[in-house]
Design a protein around this ligand. Structure first.
Ligand code: ASP
Ligand code: MG
Length: 452
């Protein structure tokens, strides 16, 4: 078996939906479990439209018409009857939900997850309908909720509970069909409340379902030809990377490369399932394959990719009293932990600790608490650039080239760290210098290293 995930842009228009169905039909021999995101194209940005409607409802203006029009347009273009496949029933429920939100004037994370769940529940029905009617595929639709995918109660960023996996696998194997179409991004708690895995979470669903069915491969179909050496909007010369290790891909995902939701690699690593990232519009392009180990062919450079994370906060804590007091660190990290601050980089000396985090607001709250026992500053709007590649391990000179490239671009490094695994070099810079830094780094590391 395989799982095939189609991202929002891969099911964003009637044409791309047909293209996705074509690709699914070509894989029938592998019994695909298909995971679908909500429609996302310039004409239909479904998840964003749902979120905007919920905010408007909270402010007293419940109006489902944009959502209804967009979904009806997709159905009409594909010759699908939304009253026959449950979509109109969902739209009615969404309309009622908006009235409820308006009446209470409150929008909790739990309600927001219900709001966002409608996008995937509608688009997966659309894909299933097109597969059956237009492509003659024996497919079935079941939402991840119906299949019994359970998570914790962390609304907006829920994590799956693997104890439910055997029961979900049984549900799937009991179905009498060639293709199962299900929803990405959503699940429910053990007491039946709808949850989401966080924005972009359908990638994560793809590997979760891969783990559940024991897939031989997880395919992520998207709008770029795999994971790139850098963001092509910043570096037009950026190229697709043929192969990445699990570690490289997860490092890139956590450090801001937008192709994959950060948690995507976890189920793949735990179950040793290769993940292939492919372009729906260019299916012949090999894309990127991510697996435990990759061929170390000598032509490939040691550096695989550059990731940029914007809006990073740098928290610097200083105290004259740290010397000799080993409890200080744990006290500081306890505060970060309590305020939900995700820490990416840490640098310490006897008198200061600097940490970086993408959660600027949580960092401000933590800083307030730390002020009780140390002095703290929080700087916001910085950028974190990471240079990722497993073969940098033990390879002299990469760090020197990195600093040289930044010096040439007149970018100053605020903080730098190389993890003990030597899989990445991470740097903090001023946010407005990130672009120049990436361009210069790409030139130095890819144009030159690839040739050497
Ligand atoms: N529809 C969700 C989002 O826009 C999940 C996804 O597309 O992966 O974030
Ligand atoms: Mg995505």
């Amino acid at each position: 078996m395989i799982t095939m995930k189609f991202g929002g842009t891969s099911v964003g228009t009637p044409e791309s939906i047909r293209q996705a169905c074509q690709l699914i039909k070509a894989e029938l021999a592998h019994k695909p479990v298909v995971i679908v995101s909500a429609h996302n194209s310039p004409s239909v940005r479904m998840t964003d439209t749902l979120v905007a409607a919920a905010h408007a409802a909270k402010d007293g203006k419940p109006d489902a018409s944009k959502v209804i029009e967009a979904q009806h347009w997709i159905c009409r273009e594909l010759g699908i009857d939304p009253s026959s496949n449950g979509i109109d029933r969902l739209l009615e429920r969404f309309d009622k939900l908006l009235s409820g939100i308006a009446m209470i004037g409150e929008l909790t994370p739990r309600t927001m997850d219900v709001v966002m769940s409608f996008g995937e529940r509608m688009s997966a029905r659309v894909v299933n309908d097109v597969l059956r009617r237009e492509f003659g595929v024996k497919s079935e639709y079941r939402s991840a909720i119906t299949l019994g995918l359970k998570t914790d109660h962390n609304f907006g960023a829920a994590r799956p509970d693997p104890r439910c996996y055997p029961a979900v696998a049984k549900q799937i194997s009991d179905l009498d069909c060639d293709v199962l179409v299900t929803t990405g991004f959503i699940a429910s708690t053990d007491d039946g409340q709808i949850t989401t895995l966080g924005r972009g979470g359908s990638d994560y669903s793809a590997t979760i379902f891969g783990a559940i069915v024991g897939a031989e491969e997880v395919q992520i179909w998207t709008d770029v030809s795999g994971v790139m050496t850098a963001d092509p909007r910043i570096v037009p010369e950026a190229e697709s990377i043929p192969e990445l290790t699990f570690m490289e891909a997860s490092e890139l995902a956590w450090y801001g490369a937008k192709v994959l939701h950060p948690a995507t690699m976890t189920p793949a690593i735990e179950n040793d399932i290769p993940v292939r990232v492919k372009n729906t519009a260019r299916p012949d392009h090999p894309g990127t394959v991510i697996r435990r180990t990759v061929k170390q062919d000598s032509e490939a450079g040691a550096v695989k990719s550059l990731a940029v994370m914007k809006n990073v906060a740098l928290v610097t804590i200083s105290t004259g009293r740290m010397f000799g007091t080993h409890g200080f660190m744990s006290r500081v990290f306890d505060v970060f932990n309590r305020h939900g601050v995700d820490i990416h980089m840490i640098a310490t000396s006897e008198v200061t600790i600097s940490v970086t985090t993408p959660n600027a607001e949580a960092a401000e709250r933590a800083a307030e608490a730390i002020r009780d026992f140390a002095s703290v500053t929080v700087e916001k709007g910085l950028a974190l650039i990471s240079v990722v590649g497993e073969r940098m391990k033990g390879m002299p000179g990469v760090a020197a080239r990195v600093t040289k490239a930044l010096a040439e671009a007149q970018v100053s490094i605020r903080m730098i760290s190389q993890g003990a695994s030597e899989i990445n070099i991470a740097m903090i810079l001023e946010g407005d210098q990130a672009r120049d830094a990436v361009i210069s780094l790409h030139k130095e590391l890819f144009d030159n290293l690839a040739a050497s």
